[in-house]
Design a protein around this ligand. Structure first.
Ligand code: EPU
Length: 421
């Protein structure tokens, strides 16, 4: 087991480069199952969730060639015979359910272990399954597995009762090879949905309207291989923006722009941070003292739930009281009690956290509960007095590439160490 050890108190200074987007790369890797010829992908981040996905694709029978420094990949996945996502893989990564849409569309059946609850909420997949049923699939649940079968998926009008990112992606992938037109209403508008649609269209799909709440897909007979470069990770960009603001530093985020970060920009500027964009990237300068402000999470283009934990770390040392409302996941405040261990003053009432800013945090051993919570604890460690040890960092390796190296390059005193018992 490993931990991350941080000695706080240094403003971040310098430049950082952002890796490819995890939440784009995952659906795109699953979408590569739809092609009859091989797919070539670039800017794939080096992360545990990507390894899990590649393991799953290989288990299904896909052939994967890793290119230079791993960030480019070639996936050949025609004629698969083994159409099952086993429990062992799904339980370590819920996004494995994204295998269902492509398998059902191309091979007319899929067997996928039903994901259980997770640290941030119940996270059911009922809306994915309901949509597949509307497209003509027969769904049954047996022995912890979802079995889906469909002779040839039919286009349908699907109105998602809740905005769901992977639900939109799963059904969008399925609809590319369905008979006729599928209309997705109340679709997720996240940039990762747009990136997936662009990739599918390069493969020969007919997907229109991605990025709006209505996506129309005209089914085609087959898809072919394509080349695609995954977009940079906007959640990683935002995490470094918040880290720069929190430490009162000055950071240039090189391959970044504000296109998909408007909600965060507005809130960061309200806290007193200065943000500017030029041809080199985004520059963030933190104020001497952050001002406490309120946030409410919402689907894109609203304030992302994936930024909530890191923002709470900022508010923990801001001047004043901040009210943070989480509307997407019912249990995404696990980091709050860990921040309290570092001296933060946070009270949780249902969907709301009331954070009274304190003058300083003090370093402590803390436990990461999920990916973004681990980032929040690292951010808190960067400003805390003394040593912070973040445990269970396997969560962070799921979604941030070389995080401690990137922070070290910005001047932070941070290292990875073995946990000794
Ligand atoms: N929901 C249902 N039924 C469904 C699907 C979703 O009730 O069938 C509910 C969920 O329980 C939740 C809400 O709808 O309350 C929204 O969940 P969504 O389906 O949008 O989440 P997701 O697709 O499972 C993706 C990201 C998450 C990110 C959320 C919200 C990927 C692989 N994951 O999850 O990313 O927090 O959207 O933006 O794209 C992360 O990267 O750390 C992460 C958790």
């Amino acid at each position: 087991m490993q931990k991350i050890v941080i000695e706080g108190g240094r403003p971040l200074k310098g430049e950082v480069e952002i890796s490819g987007s995890k939440n784009s790369a995952l659906p795109i890797l699953f979408a590569s199952l739809l092609g009859n010829t091989s797919v070539s992908l670039k800017n794939i981040p080096h992360l545990r969730d990507i390894d899990t996905t590649l393991r799953l694709l290989e288990k299904l029978g896909a052939k994967i060639k890793k290119g230079f420094r791993f960030s480019s990949l070639e996936v050949s996945a025609n004629g698969l015979r083994h159409l099952e996502a086993p429990y062992d893989l799904v339980r370590t990564m819920r996004a494995s359910v994204l295998v269902m849409g492509p398998l059902l569309a191309k091979y007319e059946r899929a067997r996928v272990s039903l994901p259980g609850g997770c640290a941030i909420g119940a996270r059911p997949i009922n809306l994915h399954l309901k949509a597949f049923e509307q497209m003509g699939a027969k769904i049954s649940i047996e022995g912890g597995y979802v079995e889906a079968k469909a002779k040839h998926l039919q286009g349908a009008r699907i109105n998602f009762e809740t905005v769901t990112v992977t639900g939109t992606e799963n059904v969008m992938m399925a609809a590319t090879l369905a008979k006729g037109e599928t209309v997705l209403e109340n679709a997720a508008r996240e940039p990762e949905v747009i990136d997936l649609a662009n990739f599918l269209n390069k493969m020969g799909a007919k997907v229109y309207g991605a990025g709006t709440d209505t996506i129309i897909i005209d089914g085609v007979d087959e898809l072919k291989g394509a080349e695609h470069t995954v977009i940079p990770d906007r959640i990683e960009m935002g995490t470094f923006m918040m880290a720069a603001a929190l430490t009162g530093g000055s950071v240039l985020i090189k391959n970044a722009d504000l296109t998909f970060l408007e909600a965060l920009r507005v809130k960061l500027e309200e806290t007193g941070a200065k943000i500017s964009q030029n041809t080199q990237g985004l520059r963030i300068e933190g104020p001497k003292t952050l001002k406490a402000i309120d946030i409410i999470t919402a689907p894109f283009p609203g304030f992302a739930t994936d930024f909530q934990a890191q923002f709470m770390a900022m508010m923990a040392v801001a001047h004043g009281t901040s009210v943070i409302t989480e509307t997407i996941f019912e249990n995404r405040f696990m980091h709050a009690q860990e921040l309290v261990r570092m001296g933060a003053d946070i009270k949780i009432e249902g969907k709301t956290a009331v954070v009274k800013g304190v003058k300083k945090l003090s370093g402590a051993p803390v436990m990461a509960s999920d990916l973004r919570a681990s980032a929040a604890l690292i951010l808190a460690g960067l400003v805390a007095e003394g040593l912070t040890e973040v445990h269970r960092i396997y969560h962070i390796d799921r979604g941030y590439e070389n995080i401690e190296k990137k922070f070290r390059k910005l001047g932070a005193r941070i290292k990875r160490a073995k946990v000794k018992y």
